[in-house]
Design a protein around this ligand. Structure first.
Ligand SMILES: [Zn+2]
Length: 440
């Protein structure tokens, strides 16, 4: 059985990959400029034209866009707005963003955009070890969410697909028991919750079920080793982190068997990293905001889209043989907060909590302010009250957070096992009670 879904593309030497990117980028810029009213205007205002692109670095001459650009141009001039580069009759699908940071935005696809997205999806499933003999449960929301259609990528690969959606847990456990699927995709918190729920109903996910691969997305947990380890030992399965954006498509990047960062489909997306404050492009390996440019999308090309995701990129070859860069996402710009001049990412807190045996792994973080200073409080559960007092657990958590992040929490609240709400799907662990505006 072949190792790669598309060996020629996935292992293309970097120089050739970059030559391909340059050619695609030229075409994408020209297409956007000639067909999307927004780009015509913004390129003209910035005094740049698609012909100014001679090297990949020349992309830096072009202006950024962000979520706000999408919201401001949506519905302007036409139903799909000024970023859209094709007439509506060529659009066959729209997904919408969750709207968690404002008005939901629509992401349109032509038939070609959609088919190419599903081919990338097949690439990720294959990379994560799915094969035609697998039975796959797609346990993601189908309603408006861009992760829904990703199931087609698994079908195109030849797997037997069960369109689970967001079924109630009892129903999903019934499917896992009765059909014995081998792969599932869900959020990391739901994977954990579902495994625990199985155990409570007398089903051991490791021995009574056949799940051997779990794909996760939508939260940071899938890239946090301790979270992955916990889910893996609960299920006896290998966890692969996937990463998608409703703005581009359902899965832009995914982990290979090496699990060191997520390969991004560089034949479809050009990645840049920029300094959070200055917007200057920074070198691979440095941490900043990830900026993506679509190289092939026609319905709505995105040129230099600031994602709000914080992380870094590695371009060194991966042990798996794939040449495409890997992204390492640490968190969202919107979620980061600053305590005593230290940038705190909720993913760092999760990393610590999931790595301690004294706590159950469930947690919430409350961000508050006192005397105009931001501080954070962490609530955890005592995993074994017979062995550790709550005071011991609090001290251990506080010390471990200080060691990893550099600043202690203002307080650690310790509750009995089972007190915190077990979240299904996208977990809400951060409670931001600040009233002042904090700029980062
Ligand atoms: Zn790899």
């Amino acid at each position: 059985m072949k190792k790669y879904w598309n060996e020629a593309i996935e292992t293309l030497p970097r120089a050739e990959l970059e030559a391909l990117q340059l050619q695609s980028l030229r075409e994408e810029l020209r297409f956007a400029y000639e067909n999307a009213p927004y780009y015509k205007r913004s390129f003209d205002e910035a005094g740049v034209s698609p012909e100014d692109l001679k090297t990949l670095q020349d992309i830096q001459k072009f202006p950024f866009i962000d979520k706000k650009t999408q919201r401001d141009t949506q519905g302007v001039g036409s139903f799909l707005g000024e970023l859209c580069a094709v007439p509506e009759e060529r659009v066959i699908f729209v997904s919408t963003s969750s709207g968690s940071t404002g008005v939901p935005t629509m992401s349109p696809f032509t038939q070609q955009d959609f088919d190419e997205w599903q081919d990338v999806e097949s690439r990720w499933f294959w990379q994560a070890g799915m094969r035609p003999h697998d039975r796959y449960v797609h346990a993601l929301n189908f309603s408006l969410y861009v992760g829904g259609p990703d199931v087609i990528g698994a079908q195109n690969l030849g797997a037997l697909c069960i369109w689970g959606g967001t079924l109630p847990s009892e129903r999903l456990i019934f499917i896992l028991k009765t059909y014995q699927p081998t792969c599932i995709w869900t959020s990391p918190s739901y994977a954990w919750y579902l495994g625990e729920t199985c155990k409570k109903s007398g089903v051991d996910p490791k021995t009574d079920l056949s799940i051997r691969r779990i794909f996760v997305a939508g939260e940071m947990g899938g890239s946090i080793q301790a979270t992955r380890d916990a889910i893996e030992s609960l299920w006896g399965a290998e966890v692969f982190d996937f990463y998608g954006l409703s703005d581009i498509f359902g899965a832009c990047a995914a982990q290979c068997e090496v699990h060191d960062g997520l390969h991004i489909a560089e034949d479809h997306i050009l990645v840049e990293t920029i300094d959070l404050n200055t917007g200057e492009v920074i070198a691979p390996g440095q941490r900043g905001e990830l900026v993506y440019t679509t190289l092939r999308k026609k319905a709505r090309p995105l040129i230099r889209f600031r994602t709000g995701d914080i992380g870094f990129v590695t371009v060194e070859p991966c042990a798996c043989g794939r040449t495409h860069a890997r992204i390492h996402v640490d968190g969202r710009k919107d979620d980061m907060f600053i305590v005593s001049a230290v940038n705190v990412y909720p993913s760092d807190i999760e990393y610590v909590i999931r790595g301690l045996t004294e706590v159950t792994g469930e947690y919430t973080v409350r961000i508050t302010e006192k005397n105009f200073t931001c501080q954070y409080e962490v609530t955890v559960e005592n995993a074994d009250a017979a062995r550790h007092t709550d005071e011991q657990v609090a001290a251990r958590v506080s010390e471990a957070l200080k060691a990893r992040i550099g600043v202690k929490p203002a307080n650690v609240v310790v509750l009995p096992d089972g007190t915190l709400e077990r979240s299904t799907h996208k977990a809400k662990r951060i409670i931001d009670e600040r009233k002042l505006e904090y700029n980062i």
